[in-house]
Design a protein around this ligand. Structure first.
Ligand code: PMT
Length: 411
């Protein structure tokens, strides 16, 4: 992709992750983009203006006035100059100021003047991230037109704790930009922001657990990542998202309309039925166990009692049932994880479960399926068969949504 002439305003705030911004500048510059850095003064405690100016090949702006030269930094002109404003890392403090519209430094003045899309990559400690005040600020920001949040990721934090709060990796951020440029260049694609405002999207995610006794269960390797990234990507588009999740170790994205945590297929079935009438789009990404033990034993089956067979009974097929009862205005998306005859199996499931779109992922494709951060899928819909190459799950989620958008609004 040609990045020449792309103008990116990079806002950097006071966070240890500020060092990662240098890598973002390097990447963007090497692709041919123009990068103008605007920092908060706190950011300069973590990374020097000399480094940033050298990498970006432009002066770094922090204050309204460059007192050494008597020059006024025109925040309005900067805000209008950019094709995209990225604030990375975005500290809890800056996030709060953006949500509240405070204008106490140059970065905030530029933010308030920018007419371009604004992306922000939060970076903070996990308790700051989980704080209700931060949740409220994030909800406010992601509900604004043209705003998009990247991350935060989960992992080791500078505090020594571990959890959600790490800034997304620079490569992921640059990849997301590239995908975005590509999609906005393609006139055939529908607009990606704000399209789903006011629409309700139901998503199932993760595995189910079918209890054998009080300590053991039948389950599968689903991590919930695909379903959770779909929820995240629909939130970015302004949709009201209801997420029903089997047991996973992910934090639900901020801004959900509702979140229901379930264990078993029967519980998931019950939760889905509750929302059956409400949704405009239903996405069944969960890896639901097809069978459950007929009887759950109380306590723990003892080894000394020997090996005894476990009788199984079929679980309800939630998607098939919703498909049978769906209204004409509801759009249904099924997933299929296959190990052989992928296309044929996916086509069969699309038809028997009465889906409008079936997303096929193949366990044999490297980088696809359970647990990974990437996926490679094939979409089967009335528009034909579309293969999406291997990409981070969040990008796959966005492309699936673009496909749904085309089918839902334009067919
Ligand atoms: O969670 P990750 O680690 O990110 O992995 C993502 C994923 C591989 C789980 C996901 O991409 C995926 O493929 N999910 C569906 C897996 C699956 O169970 O496929 P299936 O062929 O068994 O089911 C077909 C469809 O029917 C699915 O939409 C499933 O949600 C639904 N189903 C299946 C059985 C059942 N009893 N009820 C259902 O609703």
């Amino acid at each position: 992709m040609d990045w020449a002439g792309r103008k990116i305003l990079l806002g950097i705030t006071g966070s240890i992750a500020a060092y990662k911004a240098t890598w973002i500048i390097r990447q963007l510059k090497s692709k041919g983009a123009e990068v103008q850095v605007v920092c908060s003064t706190d950011a300069l405690g973590f990374v020097t203006p000399l480094t940033l100016a050298t990498l970006s090949e432009r002066p770094v702006y922090t204050e309204f006035v460059r007192s050494d030269q008597g020059e006024w930094v025109n925040h309005v002109a900067l805000g209008l100059w950019a094709d995209l404003m990225l604030i990375a890392p975005c500290s809890a403090h800056t996030l709060a100021k953006m949500a509240g519209g405070l204008c106490d430094n140059l970065l905030m003045a530029v933010y308030l003047s920018a007419r371009c899309p604004v992306w922000f990559a939060p970076a903070m400690d996990l308790d700051m991230w989980k704080h209700p005040a931060t949740s409220r600020n994030v909800n406010e920001l992601i509900s604004r037109p043209n705003h998009r949040m990247l991350g935060p990721a989960s992992g080791a934090l500078a505090s020594g704790l571990s959890g959600v709060g790490r800034m997304s990796e620079p490569q992921e951020i640059v990849d997301a930009m590239e995908q975005w440029w590509l999609s906005t260049n393609d006139q055939a694609r529908p607009p990606v922001l704000d399209t789903w405002r006011g629409k309700k999207v139901l998503i199932t995610a993760g595995p189910t657990r079918e209890a054998i006794d009080d300590v053991r269960y039948i389950s599968n390797h689903s991590s919930g990542k695909m379903g959770y990234t779909l929820a995240q990507a629909f939130l970015e588009q302004g949709a009201e998202v209801m997420l029903i999740s089997g047991p996973v170790s992910l934090s639900p994205p901020q801004g959900l309309q509702s979140f229901v945590a379930v264990e078993s297929a029967l519980e998931m079935h019950q939760a889905v039925e509750k929302y059956q009438e409400q949704f405009n789009v239903g996405i069944f990404c969960a890896a639901v166990a097809d069978f459950r033990p007929v009887h759950k034993k109380d306590g723990k089956i003892k080894k000394k009692d020997g090996v005894s067979p476990i009788a199984l009974v079929a679980n309800p097929d939630i998607l098939a049932e919703i498909g049978r009862n769906k209204r004409a205005d509801q759009f249904l998306v099924g997933f299929a994880l296959e190990t052989e005859n992928g296309l044929a199996e996916a086509a069969r499931k699309k038809s028997t479960k009465q889906c409008d779109l079936l997303v096929l992922n193949h366990l044999n494709d490297p980088g696809a399926g359970f647990g990974l951060d990437t996926n490679q899928v094939t979409l089967l819909s009335n528009m034909g068969i579309t293969e999406l190459p291997l990409a981070p799950k969040i990008e796959i989620a966005r492309q699936i949504i673009q496909h749904i958008t085309k089918c839902y609004f334009h067919s």
